[in-house]
Design a protein around this ligand. Structure first.
Ligand code: NAP
Length: 293
């Protein structure tokens, strides 16, 4: 069993970007700029945003965070996004989800200029993804693909079982794995909350991607010997032994599943780190496309 180490792969991705930023700085040009919008004070969202900001700084990107009150009206957020769309110094726009109830998430996502949609959630970019055209791939599935590529994991002809069908993880990773490219060509089964016989389906998986958001949902008796298991799940569980007061738990029961796998991602230290690296890569791509380089 080998660990798919998000720390190693994300560092490699970030180092490559860092070198490119050094060259940009040497040529006197402005550096890529990722701008995030955070509405309210959700603890997990705060953590994600500060981590994204720190990662931008580590590689020399410019980053900014627009913080808005929990009770902001939708129209105010719309105005903020419009301004960001028009601001030439911003390459990538990230709206931290979830948004408060009074705001229609779809409406806000649809408003982001597709050329700055580094989260890859705008339907224009989703359409391109479905058609296999170059686009911004949502950061988590993109990060998983970068990981498969780094470890040169054979995918062609394999049966990939994807647990979850969300627009940010399950759906796009199932599309990517089925597409005709080196780290695609899988036969893909997508499971969700209405699926029957999930255990039997999982047992057929050469590759299992778990993105349901239920701690330790995937047990050892659901995984066949030699499978590749990618754990996307991140759930905060109260843990008084931790300074933060919580631990992060994945969708896979790591201790019992890992010995059966050829490769497995840990939580933390796996897909989460790759998600940030992929977001930075998307931001660099947006910068390059917008500057016409
Ligand atoms: P989501 O939007 O809640 O989607 C969860 C999916 O799981 C849905 O498709 C749901 O089915 C399915 N599901 C729920 N219960 C199920 C069950 N008992 N059996 C089979 N399928 C079931 O979640 P998400 O945004 O995709 O995120 C999934 C997990 O990944 C969460 O823990 C999230 O925190 C984590 N995540 C991690 C990263 C990262 O960087 N590592 C990034 C994004 C998300 P229905 O469609 O039928 O409801």
């Amino acid at each position: 069993m080998q660990i798919l180490d998000g720390k190693i792969v994300s560092q490699a991705v970030k180092e490559e970007l860092k070198q490119q930023v050094i060259k940009i700085k040497e040529s006197g040009k402005r550096v890529p700029h990722l701008a995030a919008v955070l509405v309210g004070n959700n603890g997990a969202s705060e953590t994600y945003i500060s981590s994204k900001k720190k990662n931008c700084e580590d590689i020399g990107f410019s980053s900014s965070v627009i913080r808005l009150d929990e009770n902001i009206e939708e129209i105010e957020l719309i105005e903020v996004i419009k301004k960001m769309n028009e601001d030439d110094s911003i390459d990538g726009i990230l709206v931290q989800l979830p948004l408060p109830k009074q705001i229609n998430e779809q409406k806000i996502i649809h408003l982001i200029d597709p050329s700055k949609d580094v989260d890859g959630l705008h339907p224009f970019n989703t359409g391109k993804l479905v058609q296999g055209l170059p686009t911004f791939i949502p950061a988590t599935p993109f990060g998983i693909m970068l990981m498969l590529e780094h470890y040169n994991i054979p995918t062609s002809g394999k049966h990939a079982v994807v647990l979850g069908r969300s627009n940010i993880v399950g759906r796009p990773i199932s599309i990517l794995l089925s597409q005709p490219h080196q780290f695609g060509n899988c036969t893909v089964t997508v499971c969700h909350s209405k699926s029957n016989n999930i255990k039997d389906i999982c047992l057929q998986g050469d590759i299992v991607i778990a993105a349901v958001g239920i701690p330790e949902y995937v047990k050892a008796d659901m995984i066949k010997e030699g499978a590749v298991v990618v754990d996307v799940g991140i759930t905060r569980i109260t843990d008084e032994t931790k300074k933060s007061g919580f631990s992060i738990v994945g969708d896979v029961m790591f201790e019992t599943v890992a010995p059966k796998c050829s490769y497995i991602t840990p939580v933390p230290g796996g897909v989460g780190l790759m998600t940030i690296a992929a977001l930075l890569k998307n931001t660099f791509q947006a910068y390059t496309l917008r500057k016409g380089e």
